[in-house]
Design a protein around this ligand. Structure first.
Ligand code: DOR
Ligand code: ZN
Length: 461
């Protein structure tokens, strides 16, 4: 078969988990074909016939990173097109250097059976700008549908152990145990929203009785103890059942310590942090307002959790970075912490924030950032035979980063539908300038380009 599409990416500095080197890349028919020392690729030489097109992309002065896999987004599709849909949310993703997103099941209706998994994946085939995988909902009603959801293409499952947007019911103790037994047998992983419902309710009752309405009401309703209790609950079942677990949006040093304790007892527990929880502090709520209200909450900077999470990211105890992109229209975000909905946008700004505030600040190497945004999520979610590295044979998903590009974050420059970023007004340096999905340029100079060529990801089982 003759090649139909050939691309050279030359002059850039490739960043992998092992290090960075001046290398050129040849892409054939959407896959990484050859990666060679700068200047050593042979002349353009179609392997089996004349290519229909040859494109050269000059990456001089740029870093070439694997396309980001953002393992945690809420695209509100189906449900609330005023907040986001798969088209708008994946346009925002490619603007941020993301080539794959995993969509959470708390849509309306929730992703809780095989038909709804399939419908989301088909919708991605039709309108997505990047690839999209789906997590199926675990609650007491879905136990006998988990296998069918896996067959329909779910990459994993998610349980909400505490109350949050969408009102997903936490599984009972026996339901959780049964679900994890099934998920272990399927060889898949359970993502958990780790806030214990009972402790959140108790703290909420206490804070409400105090009559408080100040912005710190929100973090005080959802204490660190609730995160630890939820991790302990799932950790114990993980040891018993052998089910692999992933703790989403970890917020505390204590939560990370709990994960480490269960790891030491043999549990396979991975975890993620978001830019929100490592860069913001609850002290900022008075100035930023309900834009930064989310579940679990951003902790007080003075408590040191963000510093501990960044240390965990640097040494590998924190497995990955995910945005928890959770858009809400302005009508959901009054400045009353008792009324505002929780969740903040972020898929588009995560990479630039980590580049400037974390890598630029010397907290994380660029190589470690690459691991946390591509190789690690690919491994954890079973996608590494297709993506997550710059390795010949894998899909040509990559992002070119200009380390000198200045940026300022503002609602008006974002590409999602709801744009209330908690990072409004932040500026910095270093941003994605080109995103490639399976050999096609889907973002240039910060703007999504071309037809939406994203697809639903259906792992073969
Ligand atoms: O703050 C949050 N928002 N936390 C969640 O768990 C859900 C999310 C949403 O869907 O808005
Ligand atoms: Zn979320």
């Amino acid at each position: 078969m003759s090649a139909t599409q050939q691309i050279r990416i030359q002059g850039g500095t490739l960043v992998t988990i092992e290090g960075r080197r001046a290398m050129d890349i040849e892409v054939l028919d959407g896959r990484l074909a050859t990666i060679a020392e700068a200047g050593t690729l042979p002349g353009i030489r179609p392997p089996g016939g004349a290519p229909a097109s040859v494109e050269v992309i000059d990456a001089t002065g740029l870093y070439v990173l694997p396309g980001l896999i953002d393992g945690h987004v809420h695209l509100r599709d189906p449900g609330d097109g005023t907040a986001e849909d798969i088209g708008s949310g994946t346009a925002a993703a490619v603007a941020g250097g993301v080539t794959t997103v995993l969509d959470m099941p708390n849509t309306d209706p929730p992703t809780d059976d095989a038909a709804r998994v399939d419908a989301k994946l088909r919708r991605a085939d039709a309108v997505a700008h990047c690839d999209l995988g789906v997590l199926g909902l675990v609650d007491d009603r879905t136990l006998d549908r988990l296998e069918a959801m896996a067959e329909a293409g779910a990459v994993g499952f998610k349980a909400f152990l505490g109350p949050t947007t969408g009102g997903m019911a936490p599984p009972s103790e026996s339901g959780l145990r049964a679900a994890m037994t099934i998920i272990a047998r399927l060889g898949m992983r359970l993502a958990v929203h780790a806030e214990d419902a009972t402790l959140v309710e108790a703290a909420t009752t206490e804070v409400r009785a105090s009559g408080r309405t100040d912005p710190l009401v929100h973090p005080d309703r959802r204490p660190v103890a609730a995160e630890v209790a939820a991790i302990d609950r799932v950790g114990a079942v993980a040891v018993d059942t052998g089910c692999a677990v992933h703790v989403v949006h970890l917020t505390s040093a204590d939560g990370l310590a709990a994960i480490e304790r269960w790891r030491a007892r043999g549990a396979d527990i991975t975890c993620e942090v978001s830019a929100n929880h490592v860069l913001l502090g609850a002290e900022d709520m008075a100035a930023i307002g309900s834009r930064m209200q989310m579940n679990p909450p951003v902790r007080r900077r003075a408590e040191g959790h963000a510093t501990a999470l960044l240390e965990g990211l640097a040494d590998g105890r924190v497995t990955m970075i995910a945005s928890d992109h959770a858009p809400h229209p302005a009508s959901h975000k009054p400045d009353d912490p008792w009324v505002a909905h929780s969740g903040a946008v972020g898929v588009e700004t995560s990479l630039q924030l980590f580049l400037d505030r974390v890598v630029g600040a010397g907290i994380l190497t660029l190589e470690r950032l690459v691991k946390a945004t591509s190789a690690a999520p690919a491994r954890v979610w079973g996608l590494s035979t297709r993506m997550g590295a710059l390795t010949p044979g894998l899909e040509a998903n990559l992002v070119l980063v200009d380390p000198a590009r200045p940026w300022t974050i503002d609602d008006d420059t974002l590409h999602g539908r709801a744009r209330l970023t908690p990072f409004r007004g932040w500026s910095g340096q270093g941003a994605p300038v080109l995103t490639m999905l399976r050999g096609r340029v889907v973002m240039r100079d910060g703007e999504p380009v071309g037809e939406p060529i994203g697809r639903g990801i259906r792992p073969s089982r």
